[in-house]
Write a protein that binds this ligand. Structure first.
Ligand SMILES: Cc1cc2nc3c(=O)[nH]c(=O)nc-3n(C[C@H](O)[C@H](O)[C@H](O)COP(=O)(O)OP(=O)(O)OC[C@H]3O[C@@H](n4cnc5c(N)ncnc54)[C@H](O)[C@@H]3O)c2cc1C
Length: 402
């Protein structure tokens, strides 16, 4: 049975990250949002204290209760979501490697997604393409095996990639046999400095502006055979099974990664929602209108009551999903439920926070408008809200729903 009381280690981690978020991240959050650049100095600070690093991520991933990661992420994103993404962005690449690689590949490449306190490195997980976002089974990026040289040749363009082009390690999902759709895909490591990989356009975004998002162009990128995650034998067996089955199934490497990371994305949204709720509550106790603090007007008080209730409901779903991911797995789309609920709650709560602050809330002098912009991405990336609904609907009905 799930037990949601945090153990001593988890409480310590929660306090430790909260302190970093409050003392280091919050004071510079506005500045990095305005600069719209990757906040290297802050990530370096996080690396110095061991918060940005593969050991921390591996410890958090291996916690049997599953709760360490969402607890940590909520505090980080409470500090700031753009900087939070800059610190967490490499984790998606690490999850892609851990989910699909051999133990040797995990040990070789995950540490390189982080580097160390003296030289911070980054990872990027490259799935989405200009014509394939939600529909990840239709990737056009091709991987062709050059048997004579035992190399894979990658060609294509990836879109919307967090840390794209500035990362040291790019994990690229590509079609080996496009006819097999999702089951004909595989993941490849593109090591640092590989020729042919370049950054395309950098996107200017609505929110999480301190996180770098860009196109990644793969032009005859050659990687050694050992960079195929999981190895050739396993891929050949998978392709043979898919061909025998004579149909194009749904399972593909990117989906496995996204399923596992959904509660973490929900936790990111929770952090933003909690920041906005706490700020709005404090403000409502101070700000007076019609002779009393606005919190004493029922319209504002009820809004705050709903915000608190929705945040707690979302956290319960996130923690349940994180626990299930480590203890038995999802059976009714619980991972999607957690991400769907928490991201929609974050958008709503941050909007309500602007409303509670009135005109001040609409200005960039106050953080709530930034939190609202930051919250919105959570209903879009790692599966839009509609795609989460699709996953849940399929799980509960057992029927094909398009
Ligand atoms: C800031 C940012 C960072 C990102 N980081 C990464 C990253 O690191 N790696 C990566 O690979 N990708 C990344 N993405 C890409 C992101 O995952 C995609 O944008 C997302 O999956 C949606 O794909 P799309 O943009 O192509 O939208 P589309 O798939 O074109 O969807 C458009 C609309 O149609 C809806 N829709 C589509 N299909 C259906 C359906 N079957 N039923 C109902 N509605 C449907 C969608 O919900 C959406 O509302 C990032 C995106 C952003 C904006």
């Amino acid at each position: 049975m799930a037990d949601f009381s945090l153990n001593e280690d988890q409480v310590q981690i929660q306090k430790w990250i909260h302190g970093f978020a409050e003392d280091v991240i919050r004071p510079v959050a506005h500045e990095w949002d305005e600069r719209e650049e990757f906040p290297y100095p802050v990530v370096e600070e996080a690396a110095k204290i061991g918060l940005y690093g593969w050991e921390f991520m591996m410890n958090a991933f291996s916690d049997n209760s599953g709760l360490t990661l969402p607890v940590a992420i909520e505090e980080l994103f409470w500090g700031d979501a753009g900087i939070g993404m800059a610190i967490m962005g490499s984790a998606l690449a690490a999850a892609g490697i851990s989910g699909n690689g051999t133990p040797e590949q995990v040990m070789e490449w995950v540490p390189q997604c982080y580097g160390d306190a003296n030289k911070v490195q980054l990872g990027a997980f490259c799935v989405s393409e200009p014509d394939a976002g939600s529909d990840v089974s239709s990737l056009r990026t091709r991987a062709v095996y050059d048997e004579a040289n035992d190399e894979w040749v990658l060609n294509g363009t990836k879109a919307w990639i967090t840390n794209g082009g500035i990362a040291d390690v790019h994990v690229v999902v590509a079609a080996v046999d496009p006819e097999l759709k999702g089951r004909g895909q595989a993941s490849f490591i593109v090591p640092p400095g590989t020729k042919g990989l370049s950054q395309g356009q950098k996107y200017l975004k609505h929110g999480i502006r301190a996180s770098h998002t860009a196109e990644v162009v793969l032009d005859d990128v050659r990687v050694p055979g050992r960079c195929l995650l999981g190895g050739k034998e396993k891929l050949d067996a998978k392709l043979a099974r898919a061909r025998d089955a004579g149909r194009s199934g749904e399972k593909q490497p990117a989906m496995a990664t996204f399923e596992a990371t959904r509660p973490s994305v929900g936790a990111q949204a929770l952090g933003i929602a909690r920041a906005a709720y706490e700020y709005a509550l404090d403000y409502a106790k101070e700000r007076k209108a019609f002779g009393k603090p606005i919190v004493q007007h029922q319209a504002i008080a009820f809004k705050l009551a709903n915000m608190a209730t929705e945040i707690d409901a979302a956290r319960l779903l996130v923690w349940r999903a994180a626990w299930l991911a480590r203890n038995g797995g999802f059976s009714n789309g619980e991972g999607s439920m957690s991400k769907y609920k928490a991201s929609e709650v974050a958008v709503r709560v941050t909007e309500d926070a602007i409303q509670i602050l009135g005109g001040y809330g609409y200005t960039r002098e106050y953080p709530v408008e930034r939190w609202h912009r930051d919250a919105k991405i959570h209903t879009i990336f790692e599966g839009t809200s509609e795609i989460q609904q699709l996953v849940i609907a399929r799980a509960i009905s057992g029927m094909r729903i398009e």
